[in-house]
Ligand binder design. Structure first.
Ligand code: SF4
Ligand code: SF4
Length: 366
């Protein structure tokens, strides 16, 4: 039978490789929050198989199932057949957008980025009282969540860079727009060009991002190849900070949440832990860590489209922090900080911070 959709042409073998073993179920945050087998990787692959067999068409009724995926890739990590579920789902979402079946929140994101320079449709971000667009060794790229929703954390990060005498500049950044590929659209070329032009103007040798997803986008998307072609290194801030000492310690019990974009997707697990171990002897791991870390529930457009389930996923993660007796949950992603903080129950007294924010609090004796 001739393939009707692009996902069949690209991923037919992958979908058929799913043996229905169900090993992915225990690792899927969407299943964990909803207990709906149709929403885990196996359920999604079964539906796509039926689409390939011509038994059903992609349509609005499948939005709920196929758009509810955080792109965390935990299924792939635990799949004996190596089914690349997140990549398949991304392609299916493109097919669905092409036939006009798309979650309104995802469509909204694409529309917003045609008119605005950030995913929140804000007119202007805080200026963080720092110089912009100047010549410097590094560009620090904040990212939308850090610039518009987690400003306190971003200010702390910049304060830490200042204390370490790191020669950086901010730029008039615009959304990297990587998230659009997750939700069925293309990276916005206009935005990419603006970022590239503004980064190159600074003559920086490296681009440091506060957001793991921005780092992934700059490192892996062809629209940003020019940066690497011009010899600009792209690093997440945790890769820079691991080489510094902070001259501060705490006795608090600290745990670390691996953001999916930094951990499973970029393989950066040890650098954040190196930094945390320098500041506390009381570091504890949660049962699910590194490649097996539970997702915070914010990715893949799920926080915007399925807020209730997204919070339920974050709560599952926080239960683990509570169980290991953490007083502080550190992470390396503003999106994770945002979702985990919003999900925290009143009885849960621990704090959730980016590592930079926590270090600044210790240095300032708070
Ligand atoms: S673990 Fe892999 S093969 Fe097994 S059901 Fe899940 S996606 Fe299919
Ligand atoms: S990528 Fe994550 S959310 Fe999506 S199906 Fe796999 S485990 Fe579930």
């Amino acid at each position: 039978m001739e393939a009707k959709y692009d996902f069949e042409r690209k991923f037919r073998e992958q979908v058929l490789k799913c043996s229905r073993c169900g090993f992915c179920q225990a690792h899927c945050p969407v299943f964990g929050a909803t207990l709906r087998p149709a929403y885990n990787a196996r359920g999604k692959m079964l539906i796509l198989k039926e689409v390939m067999e011509g038994k059903i068409d992609l349509n609005d009724e499948l939005i709920e199932t196929l758009f509810q995926c955080t792109m965390c890739a935990n299924c792939f990590t635990n799949c004996p057949s190596g089914v690349e579920v997140a990549e398949i789902i991304k392609c299916v979402r493109r097919d669905m957008v092409n036939i006009g079946s798309c979650h309104p929140a995802f469509k909204g994101m694409n529309e917003v980025l045609k008119k605005y320079t950030n995913i929140y449709a804000e007119e202007q971000s805080e200026d963080f009282n720092r110089q912009r667009n100047r010549q410097a060794e590094y560009v620090f790229f904040i990212g939308c969540v850090g610039a518009y929703r987690e400003e306190e954390s971003t200010t702390a990060t910049l304060d830490l860079l200042d204390r370490l005498n790191i020669n950086y500049t901010l730029i008039d950044e615009v959304c990297c727009s990587g998230v659009l590929e997750d939700v069925g659209f293309q990276i916005n070329e206009n935005l990419a060009k603006k970022n590239i032009e503004r980064i190159l103007t600074t003559n920086a040798s490296a681009l440091i991002t506060g957001c793991p997803y921005c780092a992934r986008t700059f490192n892996s998307k062809p629209q940003y190849d020019e940066l690497k072609d011009k010899g600009i290194k792209i690093l997440h801030i945790s890769q820079l900070l691991k080489d510094y000492d902070f001259d501060v310690k705490t006795d608090m019990v600290v745990t670390y949440h691996d953001p999916c974009d930094l951990g499973r997707h970029c393989g950066i697990f040890e650098e954040p832990r190196q930094t945390i171990r320098k500041i506390t002897p009381n570091f504890v791991e949660m049962p699910h860590n590194r490649m097996d870390a539970l997702c915070c529930g914010a990715g893949g457009g799920v926080r915007g489209a399925y807020a209730k389930n997204s919070i339920a996923m974050a709560r599952r993660r926080l239960q683990e922090a509570e169980a290991v007796g953490a007083q502080v949950v550190l992470t390396e992603c503003n999106s994770c900080v945002h979702n985990l903080s919003n999900a925290k129950l009143r009885r849960q007294k621990f704090e959730v911070h980016n590592t930079t924010h926590f270090i600044i609090q210790l240095l300032e004796g708070k």
